[in-house]
Ligand binder design. Structure first.
Ligand SMILES: *Cc1c(COP(=O)(O)O)cnc(C)c1O
Length: 395
């Protein structure tokens, strides 16, 4: 007996979505099913299962009741039929690409992109004979020009990392679908609280659940949601490739998700207030935040999104040494990669994620020496702002 309604609000779905109302011993929470396999009473049960007459679990690589609760919760939150859970966001992306792309097929991606996704596409998919075109995020003309008869997928983050470009999902989907091209949105930076790409026409929505969905900087996970017809081949590929989450990680994600709507409200408030503060600060050259009127995609973001998240990207009026002085003087955020948890995190992309690239590569992606990515957590807004203010006085 599962509580389900597609009409209830995101806060209710965060708490109750996917949870079985009746648990063993009338417990309220879903247990951690710590088992690698599931037994059958007799051969009749085995055969009924094989013939699809019963729905149940079989072996741990194909599913576990703790994951199922997370999958159902996410499906309700995203408005999708099915969800599959993975060991990480990267695992969700690689399994999905491997499941849906054949040699000779063509993929369109955007230049502002999580760097490991970019690496998988350029180093691995290309080696497997997949053709790839890279377009500027949000550039519809470039997108149309890149489409060929072999194009199977368009993949983009929205908002993107680190410049927070927002894709006009309905427009790109309409054009893609006219040619039978599927659209996958990496919605990690938005979450279903701020944007539901499936409702805007996307075919699949992907998350690094390590970020806002888990929300506590304590787990790694990935998800993909969409119609059963598209999700099932990906689930089958996961059963072969094997990148599954363990049930304890799934349970932490289930617990984290219960406060998703509440946490996102504070992330949105902190992101917006921080972006406005930084934009007015004399030592800050530029701020990228889709909630600001100055952002290229502000109009699109305002049309599609309910909030703009906790990540604010900005460039300080200084060189690398000044940027290092700034970041080393911050007291509340941890200097660390990642985002989306209750603790604020801050990084200089140049020293963190992009250190092992050449200056030319960094320049081509717009990663300058004084670029900062601040992922606001859920601390008090005033405390975060005064911390940034004192750290900026050390530039
Ligand atoms: C972190 C991230 C990923 C990768 O997810 P992991 O859970 O770290 O494997 C993919 N896409 C985006 C936008 C991310 O921020």
């Amino acid at each position: 007996m599962e509580e389900k309604s597609s009409k209830r609000g995101a806060a209710t779905a965060s708490v109750h979505g996917g949870e079985l109302r009746q648990q063993e011993a009338n417990a309220i929470t879903t247990p951690i099913y710590q088992t690698s396999t599931f037994w059958f009473q007799n051969s009749r049960e085995v055969i009924d299962y094989q013939e699809g007459k019963t729905k149940r679990e079989e072996y741990g690589r194909y599913g576990n009741p703790t994951w199922r609760a997370v999958e159902r919760k996410l499906s309700e939150l995203e408005g999708g039929e099915e969800t599959v859970l993975f060991a990480s966001g990267m695992c969700a992306a690689t399994t999905t690409f491997l499941a849906l792309l054949d040699p000779g097929s063509h993929l369109i991606v955007t230049s502002d992109c999580y760097r490991r996704t970019r690496q998988f596409i350029e180093e691995y998919l290309v080696r497997m004979g997949v053709e790839v075109s890279v377009i500027e995020p949000g550039n519809f003309d470039e997108f149309e020009a890149a489409l060929t008869d072999q194009t199977r997928l368009f993949f983009t983050e929205s908002p993107t990392n680190p410049y927070l470009r927002v894709t006009d999902v309905p427009r790109f989907c309409e054009r893609a679908h006219a040619q039978g091209v599927r659209v996958i949105i990496d919605s990690t930076f938005a979450t279903p609280v701020n944007h539901k790409p499936l409702e805007d026409g996307a075919d699949l929505v992907l998350h690094s659940a390590t970020k806002y969905l888990g929300g506590h900087n304590d787990l790694l996970a990935g998800t993909i949601s969409g119609p059963a017809e598209l999700v099932e081949p990906i689930r089958k590929a996961l059963g072969v490739l094997g990148g599954i989450i363990d049930s304890h990680g799934a349970w932490l994600l289930l617990r984290g998700l219960k406060t998703l709507e509440l946490r996102m409200q504070r992330h949105n408030e902190n992101g917006m207030a921080m972006a406005r503060f930084l934009e007015s600060h004399p030592k800050v050259r530029q701020v990228w935040y889709p909630g600001l009127e100055s952002h290229t995609d502000h109009q699109t973001a305002s049309n599609l999104m309910h909030g703009f998240g906790g990540v604010v990207t900005f460039e300080i009026e200084t060189d690398l040494d000044g940027a290092i002085r700034f970041i080393d003087h911050t007291k509340i955020p941890y200097q660390a990669p990642s985002l989306g948890g209750v603790e604020s995190l801050i990084e200089l992309p140049v020293t963190m994620s992009y250190w092992d690239y050449t200056a030319e590569q960094r320049q081509s992606w717009g990663i300058t020496d004084s670029l900062v990515r601040l992922a606001c957590g859920i601390e008090s807004t005033d405390d975060l702002i005064s911390d940034m203010d004192q750290a900026l006085s050390n530039v």
